[in-house]
Design a protein around this ligand. Structure first.
Ligand code: UD1
Length: 419
């Protein structure tokens, strides 16, 4: 298993170009199952989760042609697609559950493995299932699989999600596109990735409208052939902004609409970062002294993303006083804490709140990645630790960060892959 060797401390300087969004690409790729006509998706990030999704689509019968740089996919579905998604494909990526909505909507049946638990919490799929049931899907769970069917086309309904869920909102929107009549989804997640999905579907003829957290979908008979460019990855951009702030660096972030990360940029200003925006470029400069902030809370968009919590915690370790951050989306998303402590971080976790002593001198150590965002936080911490650190299990990073070591090397980070 590959590892990263990082020699700290490093100072970041230069430009970085943000790749396509993983979390927007996954639902968009799932939604291509609704099409009879060819679809072209551009700006896919070259990351492991996208390979997983493409393999899942192939296993269902989609013919996929990738461009040489593997960022553009032309997808053509067979008339008779398979509707079975095996445990071996689903277990590596929870997002695979997003094929359930389109399979039921288009082919009226599906057998798909339950994604199971994952390290950051139980992450059930009950909201997905109850929303699809309201649209007319019948299902039972047997031997770890969801066995689902519908009696012909799904039917539009009014659905109110009990809690905001990105995946359940996406699955329901995709399923409702080809349903009969009008679906009204209330208490929806409104993450930019979901807006990207609806923009893609509307471009192909779907009728989806938003008003705050309410999404109204008027079902249509079929979607038309289209091509679509996926939005840039706001979590990758946020991670690089944290990196610049953390290392007293100066960085130009290219290829991302800065509005996508407005909350994050405002927060980083409070930590002391100097930020300038010019069209789709963000210029960020880290302060000499990082300020401490108490009582930060992760929240659904437009709040502070849970996917940046671990990275922000590293910043807090190096800030000038005590800080705290509460994780309010997932119940067990502090696995990076024990690893950061191995570098010397002083962090105390009480329930879902982490209290972080600032002014910590981190010292290089051997570290183990546990999940995607936790692992990038370890890389950030190693960048400001004195001496050598080794970050193990980098495949977690490869799930969602395109070319991370090359991007970091180019801006001055002493990082090397060990095979
Ligand atoms: C998506 C993102 C992930 C991000 C998360 C929150 C993708 C591929 N992944 O994950 O990076 O961290 O949003 O922004 O886009 N829940 C239930 N029942 C359900 C569904 C969710 O209880 O049926 C709970 C979850 O356990 C969690 C919360 O709702 O506590 C939010 O989860 P959700 O928004 O659904 O996250 P994902 O779509 O899995």
């Amino acid at each position: 298993m590959d590892k990263f060797l990082i020699n700290g401390p490093c100072k970041i300087k230069g430009k970085v170009s943000i790749s396509g969004s993983k979390n927007a690409s996954i639902p968009i790729l799932a939604a291509t199952l609704l099409f009879n006509k060819p679809v072209i998706i551009k700006n896919l990030p070259k990351v492991r989760d996208i390979n997983t999704m493409l393999n899942l689509l192939k296993s269902l019968g989609s013919k996929i042609t990738l461009s040489r740089d593997r960022k553009t996919a032309k997808i053509i579905n067979k008339k008779n697609m398979k509707t079975f998604a095996s445990y071996s494909l689903v277990k590596t990526m929870r997002g695979s559950i997003l094929v359930l909505g389109p399979l039921i909507s288009k082919f009226y049946k599906s057998k798909i493995s339950l994604p199971g638990g994952c390290l950051i919490g139980a992450r059930p799929v009950d909201y997905h299932l109850s929303a699809l049931k309201k649209l007319g899907m019948e299902y039972k769970i047997r031997d770890g699989y969801i066995l689902a069917k519908s009696n012909g086309r799904l039917k539009g309904e009014i659905i109110k999600f009990p809690k905001i869920s990105v995946g359940a909102t996406e699955n329901s929107i995709i399923a409702a596109c080809l349903a009969k009549g009008k679906t009204i989804l209330k208490n929806c997640a409104v993450e930019p990735e979901i807006k990207d999905l609806t923009q893609f579907l509307n471009k192909a003829g779907a009728n989806i409208r938003w008003s705050g957290r309410i999404c109204t979908i008027i079902g249509i008979n079929s979607l038309t052939s289209t091509n679509y460019t996926v939005m840039a990855d706001r979590i990758e951009a946020g991670t690089f902004c944290v990196a610049a702030t953390l290392t007293k660096g100066s960085l130009q972030i290219k290829n991302l609409d800065p509005k996508m990360i407005n909350t994050e940029l405002e927060l980083l200003k409070k930590f002391g970062a100097k930020i300038k925006i010019n069209n789709n470029n963000i210029f960020i400069k880290g302060p000499d002294k990082i300020k401490s902030i108490k009582n930060i809370k992760t929240k659904e968009f437009p709040g502070i993303p849970t996917d940046l919590q671990a990275q922000l915690m590293v910043l807090m370790c190096k800030s000038s006083g005590k800080s705290s951050i509460t994780e309010s989306i997932f119940e067990n998303r502090f696995m990076h804490v024990a690893e950061l402590q191995r570098l010397g971080a002083k962090i105390n976790v009480i329930n879902n709140k982490a209290i972080i002593e600032g002014n910590t001198k981190l010292k290089g150590a051997e570290l183990m990645s546990s999940d995607l965002r936790a692992s990038v936080a370890l890389v950030l911490a190693a960048m400001v630790a004195n001496g050598k650190s080794i970050v193990g299990r980098v495949y977690h990073l490869e799930r969602g960060y395109e070319n991370i070591e090359n991007k970091l090397q180019k801006i001055g980070v002493k990082i090397k892959r060990l095979k």
